[in-house]
Ligand binder design. Structure first.
Ligand code: R5P
Length: 292
């Protein structure tokens, strides 16, 4: 049986060896069926292979945080710049026009709120598969607390969501949560990402870190990065660039967009990095030209 002690550390990531594509553009997903591939082609742009997701699901644990006080005012106008909208069913149904026709990655867990001592206690399914289908979801986002108090329950939730997702052809986004007391090391992110992929996630959201190319290489499905707390725009764009240069397939960013003074221009600059190969400096120059 696999053991926690005395193991040899991973060392050969074959960084120069391209991944076998199995006849489909999205990494590791060539053996899924037609409906799943069709949804993946809405989530990821088949030309660039990448995605710009707009995350505005924070209210389900944080309440009305800065930039999300009025979703109809701040988020609805930004949606046109995104490939994928990531939010809860409550937020999307009440504030986002269905006519936008964007792919939806539905936040499908409930978790503990910011008032709770240990936010890594875990989660359960926040909506069932029928409601996700009713929302025309292209993916379900399941938060997992690897190494936290909620590890067992949240991984169980991921597995059951993946069962339902495979049944109906809906990909699962496995989200690696970082709690107050939880590790934020490359080893943590690579272990958590790999676990979620092995348990059935079709793509994984994690955080950028040093050695990110190893996190990406050892995860058999696409990785997108969360943005984390608000950074100066130049730093956020540089982080996007570094993640993409390390092999990420896009971003699922929230606060670095909707807490920016110029969220639409920030989205456009992120698109340049993700879909057009701009580096951080080029994207920041684009951002500055756009805001002036
Ligand atoms: C957090 O509650 C959510 O999972 C967010 O979707 C995620 O953290 C991405 O948003 P941000 O870029 O603000 O970290």
């Amino acid at each position: 049986m696999a053991d926690a002690v005395g193991n040899k550390d991973a060392k050969n990531y074959y960084l120069d060896t391209p991944v076998t594509d199995n006849g489909f553009f999205a990494k590791g997903l060539g053996n899924t069926d037609w409906g799943m591939k069709n949804r993946l082609s809405r989530l990821f742009n088949p030309k660039s292979g990448n995605t710009v997701m707009l995350a505005f699901d924070h209210g389900y644990i944080m309440g009305p945080t800065a930039g999300l006080e009025r979703l109809d005012v701040t988020i609805a106008p930004l949606c046109e710049y995104a490939d994928v909208l990531m939010g809860t069913r409550g937020a999307i149904r009440s504030c986002i026009p269905p006519t936008l026709n964007k792919a939806v990655c539905l936040r499908a867990t409930h978790d503990t709120s910011v008032f709770f001592d240990d936010m890594s206690v875990g989660s359960g399914l926040g909506c069932d598969i029928e409601d996700a289908i009713r929302m025309n979801a292209s993916a379900l986002a399941i938060q997992c607390f690897v190494g936290g108090a909620g590890e067992r329950d949240s991984l169980e939730t991921l597995c059951r969501a993946a069962d339902a997702g495979y049944k109906y052809g809906i990909p699962i986004l496995g989200v690696t949560a970082v709690g107050k007391e939880m590790e934020r090391t490359p080893r943590y992110f690579s272990t958590a990402s790999r676990l979620l992929a092995e348990l059935g996630a079709s793509f994984v959201k994690t955080y950028y870190c040093e050695g990110f190319e190893k996190v990406v290489a050892s995860c058999p499905v696409p990785i997108v990065i969360a943005g984390g707390k608000k950074l100066p725009e130049q730093e956020a764009l540089e982080m996007c660039y570094k993640a993409m240069a390390s092999g990420a397939h896009g971003v699922d960013m929230g606060r670095n967009v909707f807490q920016s003074e110029h969220p639409a221009e920030m989205m456009s600059a992120i698109r340049k990095v993700v879909h057009e190969g701009f580096n951080g400096a080029e994207a920041f120059e684009f951002y500055q030209d756009a805001i002036h």
